[in-house]
Structure formats: C-alpha cells, structure tokens
Write a protein that binds this ligand. Structure first.
Ligand SMILES: [Zn+2]
Length: 387
C-alpha cells in the first residue's frame, strides 16, 4: 500500500497537493521530485532512483554506483543513474548533509545524532545545528536563507544555501564563473549632509562623521597598497542611496561603511551584510564573491579590533542591490553602546579598525588570487589543493 502511494506520488509529481506533500515528507527523503527534470523509475525498497536528463555540476555527486540507506542497502549496477536528492519542505528544496559531504568531499568530525554536526575539510570546520538559521564557519556565524532542518536522514540544508554558502566556503572549484580581480575599490561612507545616520546624543557622536573619517583614512592606506579608490562622498554632503552603487560601474569591489545602533544599549560588535537572496530576488552573479569578501574582511577585522563577531547577515539593502561588482556593507560596532562608541572615536581603536579593514580587503584580494589558481581560498591554516 505504502509503495503504491509512493509510486503514485513520485511518478505524478503532484507537488502542489498538500496530502501528497505531507506523504512525501512522511516517507522521508526521496519522495518529492519534479517529473519535468527527472524520469520516473523506482528501484529498491526505500529509494526512488531516477535518470537525470540534464545533470548539472552540482548534481554530479548523485551519480553513484552504490548507495546505502538506513533501512536497506541498495547496490546500483547502472552508471549514469542518479538519485533525486531533494527533500521538499514548505516548498523549499533541501539536501541531506550526507549527500552534501559526498559532493563537497567533507568528512564528519562529530555528530550527536540529534541534529548537531561538525563537518571538516582541509582544516576548516563547519558546525550545523538543526533549528538554527545560521552555520558556524570556523568561529563566524554565517546566516542562511533557510533554517537548518532535521529529517529522516539527519541535518538538512536548503539547496540555495548549499550553492551560495557551503560551495563557496568549501569547494569553490565547483563554481564555474570567472574569479574576479581586485584592483579598484569603491568606499561608501554611509549617510552624510542632512542624513546624520545613527546618533549618540550622550556622547554627541553621529554616524555620518565617523564613517567619513574612517573612509578617508582607509582610502589613503589602500592607495599605499596600490589599489585605486573611489569615494561615494568625500565631504559632509547628502548622497542619494541610488547614486552610491552607480559609482561601482567597472570597479572590482564596493564597501559600504556604517555604524550600528540598537535600542538595547548593550548590543555590541561588528557584522557584515551581503545582498539577500529572497523570494522575489535571486541574489546576483556575485553571491559567492560577496560571501568571500565578507568573510575575509570580518574574520580579519574582528581579530584586529577585539570587537565581538556578530557574523555575516543578508539584507536587501538599496546600496547593494544594483551593484555590478561584489559588495559588502560593514557595520563597525554600535554607536548606541557608550563603551563601543568611545572606542569608535578613540584614535588608537580607530587605527586598529582601519588596519583591520585594510588587511581584510587585502586578504580578500589574496583569496581571489588563490581561487583563480584553483586553490581553496578560505582555509587559513592549511593551503591544500582542491582534490
Ligand atoms: Zn548607517
């Protein structure tokens, strides 16, 4: 009976039907797939194995000759048959971590069996915990588009996050787009003129003043390193949000500088935003580089300043959305936190922030060079070649 339902479900691909969707979820990993992409052959007891008509690079890992499930080991004899790897939950396609590890050649460092797993590759570690909407890459939180789930086959990662987060971090060689260079940079000091940004009235500090002074110092330091720098403003004047990214035409990187603010006066630390991929907006062609730029800058900046690492987040910011090059928005600490606001104005701390930004941007450039030679970029401890 069960098998009949499953066959009916799978072969007809009735994704829209709530009953069948629930049944697919109940049956575990392999039930839901679209017959438009996959053929419809069912082999084995617990697997639905299908021929992929248009295999893509990222699905190559599915082309296995042997596959084992929890309940029944299934040995496939044919080559070029693939297992549909997707679990569909709430209309979102997820992959089991087990398949991801095969695809990215990661190994499991620890697994508590309850949805918390640490995987590793070349000395880098990624911690994934079901129920959370971020992963830890080394010690940095990287927020995902979809939260991590726990299913029949363990931790599940959305296909989008697999492509846009795990692949760039762990197997950049799967990305076929050309690696960009880094010679020219746009620095965008947030706010200005009639728009002061966030303000700390107790200390009489405004965001627009801090971002401008940091950007000016950063410009001269990066010039010394040989980069060509354009500023979106070099004085206390108002610049429309939409006019800022247009300066990045034919440039290699856009860095927007901001100071954070929160009603909770104890909020502190640095966070970096990349462009959000959403329901109505699929991100841009620079998603992998945005993430690598953000990670390169954040990890170095946090180490240089001793500020709290709040992680890499995503937002549909107006200055990031129309960019024609990779871009990040850095929130350099909280002006609403008096202790941190004092640090942001203190000459010695400012020096550390500027040096951290310079070294982070240089690190991003080095990572790009490594990637263009086929080296994994973000492994700071061990620079092993991608197998
Ligand atoms: Zn701001």
């Amino acid at each position: 009976m069960l098998k009949q339902w499953r066959e009916r479900y799978a072969l007809r691909g009735v994704n829209g039907n709530i009953f069948f969707r629930f049944l697919g979820y109940f049956l575990g990993t392999f039930a839901p797939f679209s017959p438009k992409v996959f053929g419809g052959t069912i082999l084995g007891k617990h697997l639905e194995i299908t021929r992929v008509e248009k295999p893509t690079n990222v699905l190559d890992f599915c082309q296995l000759t042997k596959y084992t499930t929890r309940n029944s080991p299934v040995v496939l004899e044919k080559k070029n048959i693939a297992i549909n790897p997707f679990v569909i939950l709430g209309g979102v396609r997820y992959l089991a971590l087990d398949d991801i590890n095969k695809s990215l050649r990661c190994s499991v460092l620890s697994d508590n069996g309850k949805g918390s797993v640490i995987i590793t590759k070349g000395g880098a570690t990624v911690q994934l915990t079901a129920g959370q909407d971020y992963i830890h890459y080394q010690s940095t939180k990287i927020y995902l588009l979809h939260g991590l789930k726990f299913g029949f086959r363990g931790v599940l990662v959305s296909y989008d996050d697999y492509l846009k987060v795990l692949v760039p971090l762990l197997a950049i060689n799967l990305i076929t787009e050309k690696t960009p260079a880094l010679k020219t940079i746009v620095l965008d000091p947030g706010h200005g003129g009639k728009d002061p940004g966030a303000i700390n009235t107790r200390l009489n500090i405004s965001e627009k003043v801090l971002t401008l002074s940091l950007a000016m110092s950063l410009k001269s330091k990066l010039n010394e390193k040989g980069y060509t720098i354009i500023l979106t403003r070099d004085s206390d004047r108002f610049v429309e949000l939409r006019d800022r990214p247009t300066k990045a035409r034919n440039m290699d990187l856009f860095v927007s500088l901001h100071i954070n603010s929160a009603t909770n006066s104890s909020a502190q630390g640095i966070e970096i935003f990349t462009l959000r991929r959403g329901k109505f907006f699929s991100g841009n062609a620079f998603d992998p580089w945005n993430l690598i730029a953000a990670y390169s800058v954040l990890s170095v900046l946090v180490e240089a300043t001793g500020f709290t690492n709040r992680g890499i987040k995503m937002a549909e910011f107006a200055v990031l959305k129309p960019l024609t090059c990779p871009g990040i928005l850095v929130e350099l600490g909280f002006i609403s936190n008096d202790a941190e606001a004092r640090k942001l104005t203190d000459a010695n701390s400012q020096k550390k922030i500027i040096q951290g930004l310079v070294d982070g941007i240089v690190k991003y450039g080095e990572n790009l060079k490594k990637m263009s030679k086929g080296l994994r970029p973000l492994d700071f401890r061990k620079e092993s070649r991608i197998p």
